[in-house]
Design a protein around this ligand. Sequence first.
Ligand SMILES: Nc1ncnc2c1ncn2[C@@H]1O[C@H](COP(=O)(O)OP(=O)(O)O)[C@@H](O)[C@H]1O
Ligand SMILES: [Mg+2]
Length: 251
Amino acid sequence: MTAILKTRDVHLSYAKQEALHGVNLDFDDHSITALIGPSGCGKSTFLRCLNRMNDLIPKTTVTGSFQFHGKDIYAPTTNLVELRKQIGMVFQQPNPFPFSVYENVTYGLKLAGHTNRHYLDEQVERSLKQAAVWDETKDALNKNAMSFSGGQQQRICIARLLAVQPDIILLDEPTSALDPISSAQIETTLLALKKTYCIIIVTHNLQQASRIADRTAFMLNGNLIEDDLTSKMFTKPANQATSDYLNGKFG
Ligand SMILES: Nc1ncnc2c1ncn2[C@@H]1O[C@H](COP(=O)(O)OP(=O)(O)O)[C@@H](O)[C@H]1O
Ligand SMILES: [Mg+2]
């Protein structure tokens, strides 16, 4: 396994309040890493550091190193639009644009200057297929994306992100607003996508982490407590706090 992204000594403060206290975590390509831990422990905060979404929150300070393809994500020369294409994010609430499926999926490509209809058609088909929502949308590409079910919308959002060929996909509790069947479809989709991408998912669903993640990282109060192969962490956690959390002693 090769680490595609390496973070070292990550500290983040919102105004004067420090929310991450020195996190070190590596992410392998072609694998799924789950970030788990109780509400407020810093999972979303850490995830947002990885494509600099926290830059959008005023008075936020980030220090540490984030090596991606041998470059620091926080270098002053980083092009944020390019970075967020390479490291795309999916949120808890599906957020398709209020346009057609086709317009959603081609949005990033058009921004990048692509106008060739044949090319766009191909990319729409590839992306919707990769996101496992092609069968449900292929005859409705001109239909408003918001008119689909929550689970379909979430897969359309994944397709929108895949259209621009990212390296890493960040997902922040992508199934917590969905019913069990839609959640299971997203999980199946992610398992197929990991063959091509590095996937990092925040989840507070421990069963979900154990079902899909190759590695799991447990966070508590802004610290990374441990990270390991999921199979190892769920059977023989190294740390008592991890064991207590996995056993439901606190949540
Ligand atoms: N935009 C923000 N401004 C100030 N504090 C924040 C902001 N977002 C999160 N926090 C705080 O940072 C800590 C970590 O939150 P968060 O990363 O959302 O945790 P999690 O995703 O694990 O539930 C919490 O104490 C939370 O209140
Ligand atoms: Mg969160």
